[in-house]
Design a protein around this ligand. Structure first.
Ligand code: WQD
Length: 342
């Protein structure tokens, strides 16, 4: 019999890629999503890629009663992966209450329902933002966490703390937090990828939208950071590599291989690239020039962020596989697919 996995936010960017990898690894997937930043069409696309349509429940996880009911209907699940969250950094500064409510009410309702229904495993979609401005690089999982700059980032840090407390007080329940660096790229099929609503906050969709003419010009936020070319350094990771790490985390939780009931892993490539590296790679891959201009720093940006990857490699048996050029080509192919449908 297939092991059932509940995937909250499974119609979203990382959730949909993970649903595909889970199905391809013989898991049964149940998606819970309120479609606030995704569409139901994603289910057709997951089906097209895998030949299997995941079970879908349209649910607002802020509603405790509904969450309890739906989770109890799927109490035979081996684990829950929680992707459901708002993720726009700038918006979270404008609407902190909305972010704390959405990201934390839903987490608390899910955890409560999991514990009540005796589901054994939980995987949390966390972020490298919990490291704040790191003192030393690369960032290991032992690096101190700091209060993130944005309310969005703070929901991730608080969520990890809540999880830690719940794990300590609950028998037969284990969890893994996966701290993502900068996810980019899309599925090779061209059927699923990131669908940014409105003006993108993140670098990669901003670049591809500029190149197709939706945005006039990329603003590069500062070139006076203490880095090789003055622009900030990040660890970009392909979304399919990221999705595969979730399958390994699920396997680990199910087999109860982990030494500790609560573990944390960084998910990055371990390579840092500057904003100008990304632009140069984009120009090389697409054989075109990108319209950009250096402007003021963006508040809250950290000069350098890249992961130490040895723990994930050793314990999860996971390693990123794609080069920067491959990841950028993947983002570009997806943007072109999106525009060809318009
Ligand atoms: C990368 C670099 C910008 C846009 C954020 C969240 C993090 C995670 C991923 C997601 C920075 C520069 C960007 C632009 C630019 N969360 N940039 N012009 O800030 O590392 O991480 O997204 O759910 O929690 O904090 O990613 O892609 O926004 O920026 O120059 O128009 O690109 O200054 O140096 P970031 P990013």
């Amino acid at each position: 019999m297939k092991s059932k996995i509940i995937v909250t936010g499974g119609c979203g960017y990382i959730g949909s890629h993970t649903a595909v990898e889970l199905i391809e690894n013989n898991y049964e997937v149940v998606i819970l999503d309120d479609l606030s930043n995704s569409t139901k069409e994603t289910l057709d696309r997951i089906e097209k890629i895998t030949g299997t349509r995941p079970t879908f429940v349209n649910i607002d996880l802020k509603d405790a009663k509904k969450t309890e009911r739906v989770i109890s209907e799927h109490k035979d699940a081996k684990a829950v992966i929680n992707f459901a969250a708002h993720k726009a950094v700038g918006e979270s500064v404008q609407k902190p209450i909305m972010y704390y409510k959405n990201n934390l009410y839903s987490l608390i309702n899910i955890l409560s329902s999991i514990v009540n229904n005796n589901i054994k495993g939980f995987i949390f979609s966390s972020s490298a933002t919990v490291y704040g401005t790191p003192e030393t690089l690369p960032i290991t999982e032992k690096s101190e966490t700091q209060r993130p700059f944005s309310p969005y980032g703070n929901t991730k840090k608080i969520a990890e703390e809540i999880l830690d407390d719940v794990i300590k007080s609950t028998e037969n329940f284990s969890a893994i937090s996966l701290r993502y660096f900068n996810p980019i790229g899309a599925h090779d099929s061209g059927l699923i990828g990131e669908l940014p609503s409105g003006i993108p906050n993140n670098l990669m969709p901003y670049i591809t939208q500029t190149a197709v003419g939706i945005r006039e010009k990329l603003m590069v936020y500062g070139n006076d950071y203490p880095t090789k070319d003055g622009t900030p350094i990040r660890d970009y990771i392909h979304v399919v590599d990221l999705a595969k790490a979730h399958v390994l985390a699920v396997e680990r939780i199910i087999k109860e291989q982990q030494e500790k009931p609560y573990e944390t892993f960084n998910l990055g490539t371990g390579n840092g690239f500057s904003v100008l590296d990304v632009i140069n790679s984009f120009e090389r891959v697409t054989n075109s020039k990108l319209n950009y201009e250096i402007t003021e720093r963006r508040p809250g940006d950290v000069p350098k962020l890249y992961a130490a990857t040895d723990l994930a490699e050793r314990e999860l048996g996971w390693k990123a596989t794609k080069s920067l050029d491959e990841m950028i080509k993947s983002s570009w192919d997806w943007e072109q697919k999106l525009r060809s449908k318009e």
